[in-house]
Design a protein around this ligand. Sequence first.
Ligand code: XUL
Ligand code: CO
Length: 445
Amino acid sequence: MSVKLTIGNKEHFPGIGKIPFEGPDSSNPLAFKYYDEKKVVAGKTMKDHFRFAIAYWHSFCGNGSDPFGPGTIDFPWNESDDDMQAAKDKLDAAFEFITKLGVGFYCFHDRDIAPEGDSVAESVKNLNEIVALAKAKQAESGVELLWGTANVFSHKRYTNGATTNPDFQVVTHVAAQVKAAIDATIELGGSNYVFWGGREGYYSLLNTNMKREIDHLGTFLQKARDYGRANGFKGNFLIEPKPMEPTKHQYDFDSATVIGFLNKFGLEKDFKLNIENNHATLAGHTFEHDVQTAFDAGLLGSLDVNQGDPHNGWDTDEFMTNMYDATKLMLVILENGGIGQGGMNFDAKRRRSSTDAQDLFIAHISSMDALARGLIIANDILENSDLPKMKKARYASFNSGDGSKFEKSELGLSELADLAVELGEPKQLSGKQELYEMILNQYIR
Ligand code: XUL
Ligand code: CO
Protein backbone atom coordinates (compact mmCIF):
# COMPACT_ATOMS: atom_id res chain seq x y z
CA MET A 1 0.00 0.00 0.00
CA SER A 2 1.43 3.39 -0.93
CA VAL A 3 1.29 5.83 1.93
CA LYS A 4 0.57 9.42 1.19
CA LEU A 5 0.19 11.29 4.43
CA THR A 6 -2.11 14.00 3.21
CA ILE A 7 -4.49 13.41 0.39
CA GLY A 8 -6.31 16.73 0.60
CA ASN A 9 -4.52 19.99 1.31
CA LYS A 10 -4.64 19.73 5.05
CA GLU A 11 -3.01 17.25 7.40
CA HIS A 12 -5.65 16.23 9.95
CA PHE A 13 -3.35 14.25 12.26
CA PRO A 14 -0.19 16.41 12.31
CA GLY A 15 2.81 15.05 14.14
CA ILE A 16 1.77 11.42 13.63
CA GLY A 17 3.43 9.46 10.83
CA LYS A 18 3.03 5.94 9.52
CA ILE A 19 2.69 3.62 12.54
CA PRO A 20 5.73 1.30 12.61
CA PHE A 21 6.13 -2.21 14.02
CA GLU A 22 8.69 -2.00 16.85
CA GLY A 23 8.18 -5.33 18.67
CA PRO A 24 7.17 -6.31 22.23
CA ASP A 25 9.99 -4.39 23.94
CA SER A 26 8.97 -1.02 22.52
CA SER A 27 7.36 1.49 24.85
CA ASN A 28 6.29 3.78 22.02
CA PRO A 29 2.49 4.13 22.25
CA LEU A 30 2.37 4.93 18.54
CA ALA A 31 4.03 1.67 17.45
CA PHE A 32 2.83 -1.92 17.07
CA LYS A 33 4.26 -4.40 19.56
CA TYR A 34 2.74 -7.59 18.10
CA TYR A 35 0.92 -6.70 14.87
CA ASP A 36 3.52 -7.09 12.14
CA GLU A 37 1.52 -7.08 8.92
CA LYS A 38 4.11 -9.13 7.01
CA LYS A 39 4.70 -11.76 9.70
CA VAL A 40 3.52 -15.20 8.59
CA VAL A 41 1.57 -17.24 11.15
CA ALA A 42 -0.06 -20.57 10.23
CA GLY A 43 0.83 -20.05 6.58
CA LYS A 44 -0.67 -16.57 6.18
CA THR A 45 0.46 -13.00 6.84
CA MET A 46 -1.07 -11.20 9.78
CA LYS A 47 -2.53 -8.71 7.34
CA ASP A 48 -4.45 -11.51 5.60
CA HIS A 49 -5.53 -13.19 8.82
CA PHE A 50 -7.27 -10.07 10.09
CA ARG A 51 -8.25 -7.91 7.13
CA PHE A 52 -8.72 -5.09 9.67
CA ALA A 53 -11.27 -2.43 8.80
CA ILE A 54 -11.90 1.02 10.26
CA ALA A 55 -15.49 1.83 11.30
CA TYR A 56 -16.18 5.21 9.71
CA TRP A 57 -19.06 6.06 12.08
CA HIS A 58 -17.14 5.70 15.33
CA SER A 59 -13.72 6.88 14.21
CA PHE A 60 -14.71 9.94 12.17
CA CYS A 61 -18.29 10.75 13.26
CA GLY A 62 -18.55 9.79 16.95
CA ASN A 63 -17.47 12.87 18.87
CA GLY A 64 -18.07 11.51 22.37
CA SER A 65 -21.61 12.79 22.88
CA ASP A 66 -23.77 10.67 25.18
CA PRO A 67 -27.26 10.99 26.72
CA PHE A 68 -25.77 13.16 29.47
CA GLY A 69 -23.75 15.62 27.49
CA PRO A 70 -22.55 16.84 24.09
CA GLY A 71 -19.42 15.88 22.19
CA THR A 72 -16.03 16.18 23.86
CA ILE A 73 -13.75 15.38 20.93
CA ASP A 74 -12.82 18.04 18.39
CA PHE A 75 -12.89 16.92 14.79
CA PRO A 76 -11.02 19.49 12.66
CA TRP A 77 -12.73 18.05 9.56
CA ASN A 78 -16.14 19.10 10.87
CA GLU A 79 -15.46 22.81 10.77
CA SER A 80 -17.17 23.75 7.50
CA ASP A 81 -20.78 24.98 7.67
CA ASP A 82 -21.36 23.39 4.28
CA ASP A 83 -22.38 19.76 4.92
CA MET A 84 -20.93 18.48 1.67
CA GLN A 85 -17.62 20.28 2.24
CA ALA A 86 -17.47 18.78 5.74
CA ALA A 87 -18.11 15.32 4.24
CA LYS A 88 -15.21 15.83 1.81
CA ASP A 89 -12.90 17.00 4.60
CA LYS A 90 -13.93 13.97 6.66
CA LEU A 91 -13.08 11.68 3.75
CA ASP A 92 -9.61 13.25 3.58
CA ALA A 93 -9.15 12.74 7.31
CA ALA A 94 -10.41 9.16 7.11
CA PHE A 95 -7.98 8.13 4.39
CA GLU A 96 -5.13 9.93 6.13
CA PHE A 97 -5.89 7.99 9.33
CA ILE A 98 -6.38 4.63 7.60
CA THR A 99 -3.14 4.87 5.61
CA LYS A 100 -1.10 6.12 8.58
CA LEU A 101 -2.37 3.18 10.63
CA GLY A 102 -1.63 0.82 7.74
CA VAL A 103 -5.05 -0.83 7.67
CA GLY A 104 -6.35 -2.26 4.40
CA PHE A 105 -10.13 -1.80 4.73
CA TYR A 106 -12.93 0.47 5.94
CA CYS A 107 -16.69 0.17 6.48
CA PHE A 108 -19.40 2.84 6.35
CA HIS A 109 -23.11 3.61 6.55
CA ASP A 110 -24.41 5.84 3.75
CA ARG A 111 -25.04 8.70 6.19
CA ASP A 112 -21.55 8.48 7.70
CA ILE A 113 -19.94 9.50 4.45
CA ALA A 114 -22.57 11.82 2.95
CA PRO A 115 -25.31 13.97 4.50
CA GLU A 116 -29.00 13.21 4.07
CA GLY A 117 -30.61 15.68 1.65
CA ASP A 118 -34.07 17.26 1.65
CA SER A 119 -35.41 14.61 -0.73
CA VAL A 120 -34.61 11.04 -1.77
CA ALA A 121 -33.04 12.38 -4.97
CA GLU A 122 -30.81 14.86 -3.12
CA SER A 123 -29.66 12.18 -0.64
CA VAL A 124 -28.71 9.88 -3.52
CA LYS A 125 -26.91 12.73 -5.29
CA ASN A 126 -24.91 13.56 -2.15
CA LEU A 127 -23.96 9.93 -1.68
CA ASN A 128 -22.89 9.45 -5.28
CA GLU A 129 -20.73 12.58 -5.17
CA ILE A 130 -18.80 11.32 -2.14
CA VAL A 131 -18.60 7.78 -3.54
CA ALA A 132 -16.82 9.13 -6.64
CA LEU A 133 -14.25 10.81 -4.38
CA ALA A 134 -13.90 7.72 -2.20
CA LYS A 135 -13.27 5.63 -5.29
CA ALA A 136 -10.36 7.88 -6.25
CA LYS A 137 -8.96 7.70 -2.72
CA GLN A 138 -9.20 3.91 -2.69
CA ALA A 139 -7.32 3.75 -5.99
CA GLU A 140 -4.66 6.16 -4.73
CA SER A 141 -4.10 4.42 -1.38
CA GLY A 142 -4.89 0.75 -2.07
CA VAL A 143 -7.43 0.80 0.79
CA GLU A 144 -10.52 -1.32 0.05
CA LEU A 145 -14.13 -1.33 1.20
CA LEU A 146 -14.88 -4.29 3.48
CA TRP A 147 -18.58 -3.46 3.58
CA GLY A 148 -21.13 -0.78 3.04
CA THR A 149 -24.51 -0.45 4.74
CA ALA A 150 -27.46 1.93 5.07
CA ASN A 151 -28.33 3.76 8.25
CA VAL A 152 -32.04 3.05 8.44
CA PHE A 153 -32.34 3.61 12.17
CA SER A 154 -31.32 7.21 12.99
CA HIS A 155 -33.89 9.29 11.05
CA LYS A 156 -37.16 9.82 12.91
CA ARG A 157 -39.14 8.16 10.09
CA TYR A 158 -37.62 4.85 11.29
CA THR A 159 -38.78 5.21 14.90
CA ASN A 160 -41.17 2.23 14.54
CA GLY A 161 -38.73 0.18 12.48
CA ALA A 162 -37.34 0.17 8.95
CA THR A 163 -38.36 -2.83 6.81
CA THR A 164 -40.47 -4.07 9.75
CA ASN A 165 -42.27 -0.74 10.11
CA PRO A 166 -46.08 -1.10 10.24
CA ASP A 167 -46.31 1.77 7.71
CA PHE A 168 -45.60 0.64 4.12
CA GLN A 169 -44.54 4.17 3.10
CA VAL A 170 -41.58 3.91 5.46
CA VAL A 171 -40.57 0.60 3.85
CA THR A 172 -40.33 2.38 0.48
CA HIS A 173 -37.84 4.85 1.98
CA VAL A 174 -35.78 1.97 3.32
CA ALA A 175 -35.72 0.60 -0.23
CA ALA A 176 -34.52 3.94 -1.62
CA GLN A 177 -31.67 4.04 0.88
CA VAL A 178 -30.69 0.38 0.62
CA LYS A 179 -30.72 0.51 -3.20
CA ALA A 180 -28.40 3.54 -3.19
CA ALA A 181 -26.13 1.97 -0.56
CA ILE A 182 -25.88 -1.30 -2.52
CA ASP A 183 -25.06 0.74 -5.65
CA ALA A 184 -22.35 2.57 -3.67
CA THR A 185 -20.93 -0.73 -2.38
CA ILE A 186 -20.80 -2.16 -5.91
CA GLU A 187 -19.19 1.01 -7.27
CA LEU A 188 -16.50 0.86 -4.57
CA GLY A 189 -15.84 -2.87 -5.05
CA GLY A 190 -17.02 -3.76 -1.52
CA SER A 191 -16.45 -7.37 -0.44
CA ASN A 192 -19.69 -7.46 1.58
CA TYR A 193 -22.93 -5.59 2.21
CA VAL A 194 -24.27 -5.50 5.81
CA PHE A 195 -27.78 -5.40 7.25
CA TRP A 196 -27.82 -4.61 10.93
CA GLY A 197 -31.46 -4.56 12.07
CA GLY A 198 -31.19 -1.20 13.81
CA ARG A 199 -34.82 -0.77 14.85
CA GLU A 200 -36.08 -4.09 13.48
CA GLY A 201 -37.75 -5.40 16.62
CA TYR A 202 -40.36 -4.27 19.12
CA TYR A 203 -41.04 -3.08 22.63
CA SER A 204 -44.58 -4.39 23.23
CA LEU A 205 -46.64 -7.19 21.72
CA LEU A 206 -49.75 -5.14 22.58
CA ASN A 207 -49.16 -3.07 19.42
CA THR A 208 -47.03 -5.48 17.35
CA ASN A 209 -47.82 -8.22 14.84
CA MET A 210 -44.46 -9.98 15.06
CA LYS A 211 -45.14 -12.55 12.33
CA ARG A 212 -46.12 -9.93 9.79
CA GLU A 213 -43.08 -7.79 10.60
CA ILE A 214 -40.62 -10.69 10.29
CA ASP A 215 -42.26 -11.78 7.02
CA HIS A 216 -41.76 -8.24 5.70
CA LEU A 217 -38.09 -8.40 6.69
CA GLY A 218 -37.66 -11.71 4.83
CA THR A 219 -39.40 -10.42 1.71
CA PHE A 220 -37.40 -7.20 1.74
CA LEU A 221 -34.07 -9.02 2.02
CA GLN A 222 -35.02 -11.32 -0.88
CA LYS A 223 -35.69 -8.23 -3.02
CA ALA A 224 -32.45 -6.56 -1.91
CA ARG A 225 -30.51 -9.71 -2.79
CA ASP A 226 -32.20 -9.95 -6.19
CA TYR A 227 -31.37 -6.30 -6.90
CA GLY A 228 -27.74 -6.69 -5.82
CA ARG A 229 -27.20 -9.84 -7.86
CA ALA A 230 -28.91 -8.37 -10.94
CA ASN A 231 -26.61 -5.36 -10.70
CA GLY A 232 -23.35 -7.27 -10.39
CA PHE A 233 -22.78 -7.51 -6.65
CA LYS A 234 -20.64 -10.63 -6.16
CA GLY A 235 -19.87 -10.21 -2.46
CA ASN A 236 -21.66 -11.63 0.57
CA PHE A 237 -24.74 -10.04 2.06
CA LEU A 238 -24.34 -10.13 5.84
CA ILE A 239 -26.79 -9.92 8.72
CA GLU A 240 -25.40 -8.64 12.01
CA PRO A 241 -27.18 -10.23 14.98
CA LYS A 242 -27.96 -8.23 18.12
CA PRO A 243 -30.44 -9.25 20.83
CA MET A 244 -31.59 -5.86 22.14
CA GLU A 245 -30.87 -2.11 21.96
CA PRO A 246 -32.41 -0.04 20.62
CA THR A 247 -35.55 -2.22 20.81
CA LYS A 248 -36.30 -4.60 23.67
CA HIS A 249 -36.68 -7.62 21.37
CA GLN A 250 -34.48 -7.32 18.27
CA TYR A 251 -35.51 -9.83 15.57
CA ASP A 252 -31.90 -10.77 14.69
CA PHE A 253 -31.24 -11.94 18.26
CA ASP A 254 -28.09 -14.06 17.85
CA SER A 255 -26.27 -16.32 15.37
CA ALA A 256 -28.64 -19.26 15.90
CA THR A 257 -31.75 -17.11 15.41
CA VAL A 258 -30.41 -15.53 12.23
CA ILE A 259 -29.36 -18.92 10.79
CA GLY A 260 -32.94 -20.16 11.26
CA PHE A 261 -34.31 -16.98 9.66
CA LEU A 262 -31.98 -17.23 6.64
CA ASN A 263 -33.00 -20.84 6.05
CA LYS A 264 -36.70 -20.07 6.42
CA PHE A 265 -36.59 -17.33 3.79
CA GLY A 266 -34.23 -19.10 1.35
CA LEU A 267 -31.46 -16.53 1.92
CA GLU A 268 -28.73 -18.90 3.12
CA LYS A 269 -26.87 -19.06 -0.21
CA ASP A 270 -26.34 -15.31 -0.51
CA PHE A 271 -26.25 -14.22 3.12
CA LYS A 272 -23.78 -14.90 5.90
CA LEU A 273 -23.33 -13.41 9.37
CA ASN A 274 -21.38 -10.43 10.64
CA ILE A 275 -20.81 -11.21 14.30
CA GLU A 276 -20.00 -8.59 16.90
CA ASN A 277 -18.51 -9.44 20.29
CA ASN A 278 -20.54 -6.92 22.27
CA HIS A 279 -23.76 -8.15 20.61
CA ALA A 280 -22.96 -11.79 21.39
CA THR A 281 -22.31 -10.97 25.04
CA LEU A 282 -25.57 -8.99 25.26
CA ALA A 283 -27.28 -12.19 24.07
CA GLY A 284 -25.69 -14.08 26.97
CA HIS A 285 -23.12 -15.80 24.75
CA THR A 286 -19.40 -15.50 24.34
CA PHE A 287 -18.02 -14.10 21.07
CA GLU A 288 -16.45 -17.44 20.24
CA HIS A 289 -19.77 -19.21 20.78
CA ASP A 290 -21.58 -17.11 18.19
CA VAL A 291 -18.62 -17.31 15.79
CA GLN A 292 -18.44 -21.11 16.13
CA THR A 293 -22.22 -21.35 15.62
CA ALA A 294 -21.90 -19.44 12.34
CA PHE A 295 -18.92 -21.53 11.19
CA ASP A 296 -20.80 -24.74 11.94
CA ALA A 297 -23.63 -23.58 9.67
CA GLY A 298 -21.15 -22.58 6.94
CA LEU A 299 -22.31 -18.98 7.41
CA LEU A 300 -19.42 -17.07 9.01
CA GLY A 301 -19.15 -13.86 7.02
CA SER A 302 -17.23 -11.20 8.94
CA LEU A 303 -16.60 -9.82 12.42
CA ASP A 304 -17.07 -6.62 14.40
CA VAL A 305 -14.23 -6.98 16.90
CA ASN A 306 -15.15 -4.84 19.90
CA GLN A 307 -15.96 -5.72 23.49
CA GLY A 308 -18.51 -4.77 26.14
CA ASP A 309 -18.09 -4.07 29.81
CA PRO A 310 -18.63 -7.26 31.81
CA HIS A 311 -20.28 -5.28 34.61
CA ASN A 312 -23.13 -3.72 32.69
CA GLY A 313 -25.71 -4.77 30.15
CA TRP A 314 -25.47 -2.47 27.18
CA ASP A 315 -23.48 -1.96 24.04
CA THR A 316 -20.39 0.00 25.15
CA ASP A 317 -18.45 -0.68 21.91
CA GLU A 318 -15.01 -0.69 23.54
CA PHE A 319 -11.89 -1.61 21.62
CA MET A 320 -11.19 -5.32 22.02
CA THR A 321 -8.14 -5.65 24.27
CA ASN A 322 -9.06 -8.64 26.45
CA MET A 323 -6.35 -11.25 25.85
CA TYR A 324 -8.52 -14.20 26.86
CA ASP A 325 -11.27 -13.19 24.45
CA ALA A 326 -8.75 -12.49 21.68
CA THR A 327 -7.06 -15.86 22.16
CA LYS A 328 -10.32 -17.84 22.32
CA LEU A 329 -11.58 -16.03 19.23
CA MET A 330 -8.41 -16.75 17.28
CA LEU A 331 -8.52 -20.42 18.30
CA VAL A 332 -11.96 -20.70 16.68
CA ILE A 333 -10.88 -18.70 13.61
CA LEU A 334 -7.75 -20.82 13.06
CA GLU A 335 -9.52 -24.14 13.66
CA ASN A 336 -12.17 -23.22 11.10
CA GLY A 337 -9.97 -21.98 8.27
CA GLY A 338 -10.10 -18.18 8.67
CA ILE A 339 -12.49 -15.35 7.84
CA GLY A 340 -12.46 -15.66 4.05
CA GLN A 341 -13.69 -12.52 2.31
CA GLY A 342 -14.81 -11.09 5.65
CA GLY A 343 -12.56 -9.07 7.90
CA MET A 344 -12.30 -7.56 11.35
CA ASN A 345 -14.09 -4.24 11.60
CA PHE A 346 -13.42 -2.47 14.89
CA ASP A 347 -16.94 -1.09 15.49
CA ALA A 348 -15.49 0.45 18.63
CA LYS A 349 -15.17 3.94 20.03
CA ARG A 350 -12.60 5.46 22.30
CA ARG A 351 -13.97 6.60 25.64
CA ARG A 352 -15.61 10.02 25.85
CA SER A 353 -12.74 11.26 27.99
CA SER A 354 -10.04 10.14 25.51
CA THR A 355 -9.90 13.46 23.75
CA ASP A 356 -6.43 13.65 22.18
CA ALA A 357 -6.13 12.98 18.44
CA GLN A 358 -3.47 10.36 19.18
CA ASP A 359 -5.97 8.44 21.36
CA LEU A 360 -7.71 7.33 18.17
CA PHE A 361 -4.45 5.77 16.98
CA ILE A 362 -3.62 4.26 20.37
CA ALA A 363 -7.06 2.63 20.62
CA HIS A 364 -6.69 0.89 17.25
CA ILE A 365 -3.04 -0.06 17.80
CA SER A 366 -3.86 -1.59 21.17
CA SER A 367 -6.68 -3.70 19.75
CA MET A 368 -4.66 -4.82 16.72
CA ASP A 369 -1.83 -5.84 19.03
CA ALA A 370 -4.19 -7.79 21.32
CA LEU A 371 -5.63 -9.71 18.36
CA ALA A 372 -2.18 -10.30 16.83
CA ARG A 373 -0.94 -11.62 20.16
CA GLY A 374 -4.09 -13.76 20.40
CA LEU A 375 -3.29 -15.18 16.96
CA ILE A 376 0.28 -16.07 17.95
CA ILE A 377 -0.86 -17.70 21.20
CA ALA A 378 -3.72 -19.59 19.56
CA ASN A 379 -1.40 -20.92 16.88
CA ASP A 380 1.10 -21.95 19.54
CA ILE A 381 -1.65 -23.82 21.43
CA LEU A 382 -2.84 -25.60 18.29
CA GLU A 383 0.66 -26.52 17.15
CA ASN A 384 2.41 -27.32 20.42
CA SER A 385 -0.01 -28.11 23.24
CA ASP A 386 -2.01 -31.26 23.98
CA LEU A 387 -5.27 -29.32 23.85
CA PRO A 388 -6.37 -30.22 20.27
CA LYS A 389 -5.53 -33.89 20.83
CA MET A 390 -7.42 -33.93 24.14
CA LYS A 391 -10.49 -32.36 22.58
CA LYS A 392 -10.45 -34.85 19.71
CA ALA A 393 -9.95 -37.79 22.04
CA ARG A 394 -13.16 -36.95 23.92
CA TYR A 395 -15.12 -38.05 20.83
CA ALA A 396 -13.05 -41.15 20.01
CA SER A 397 -15.96 -43.50 20.78
CA PHE A 398 -17.68 -42.25 17.61
CA ASN A 399 -14.68 -43.01 15.38
CA SER A 400 -15.34 -46.72 14.88
CA GLY A 401 -17.79 -49.53 15.55
CA ASP A 402 -21.32 -48.73 16.69
CA GLY A 403 -20.42 -45.12 17.53
CA SER A 404 -19.42 -44.54 13.93
CA LYS A 405 -22.60 -46.28 12.71
CA PHE A 406 -24.66 -43.91 14.89
CA GLU A 407 -22.89 -40.89 13.38
CA LYS A 408 -23.76 -42.20 9.93
CA SER A 409 -27.38 -42.50 11.05
CA GLU A 410 -27.31 -46.30 10.70
CA LEU A 411 -28.67 -47.27 14.15
CA GLY A 412 -32.30 -46.95 15.22
CA LEU A 413 -33.51 -46.12 18.71
CA SER A 414 -34.21 -49.78 19.62
CA GLU A 415 -30.75 -50.89 18.45
CA LEU A 416 -29.19 -48.10 20.52
CA ALA A 417 -31.24 -49.14 23.55
CA ASP A 418 -30.16 -52.79 23.12
CA LEU A 419 -26.54 -51.63 23.08
CA ALA A 420 -27.02 -49.98 26.48
CA VAL A 421 -27.93 -53.40 27.90
CA GLU A 422 -24.99 -55.06 26.15
CA LEU A 423 -22.34 -52.46 27.00
CA GLY A 424 -23.41 -51.77 30.58
CA GLU A 425 -22.84 -48.65 32.68
CA PRO A 426 -20.29 -46.27 31.06
CA LYS A 427 -17.09 -45.47 32.91
CA GLN A 428 -17.09 -41.92 34.32
CA LEU A 429 -14.97 -39.73 31.96
CA SER A 430 -13.74 -36.40 33.27
CA GLY A 431 -14.36 -33.34 31.07
CA LYS A 432 -11.17 -31.83 32.54
CA GLN A 433 -12.21 -28.23 31.94
CA GLU A 434 -9.70 -26.96 34.51
CA LEU A 435 -6.88 -28.71 32.67
CA TYR A 436 -7.89 -27.03 29.40
CA GLU A 437 -7.94 -23.68 31.23
CA MET A 438 -4.54 -24.42 32.73
CA ILE A 439 -3.09 -25.04 29.26
CA LEU A 440 -4.64 -21.83 27.94
CA ASN A 441 -3.06 -19.84 30.77
CA GLN A 442 0.28 -21.51 30.24
CA TYR A 443 0.35 -20.33 26.63
CA ILE A 444 -0.84 -16.77 27.25
CA ARG A 445 2.68 -15.44 27.51
C1 XUL B 1 -24.79 -1.20 16.23
C2 XUL B 1 -23.82 -1.75 15.26
C3 XUL B 1 -23.81 -1.13 13.92
C4 XUL B 1 -23.55 -2.07 12.81
C5 XUL B 1 -23.68 -1.45 11.43
O1 XUL B 1 -24.79 -1.82 17.46
O2 XUL B 1 -23.06 -2.65 15.57
O3 XUL B 1 -22.88 -0.10 13.93
O4 XUL B 1 -22.29 -2.65 12.89
O5 XUL B 1 -24.89 -0.85 11.23
CO1 CO C 1 -21.53 -3.66 14.56
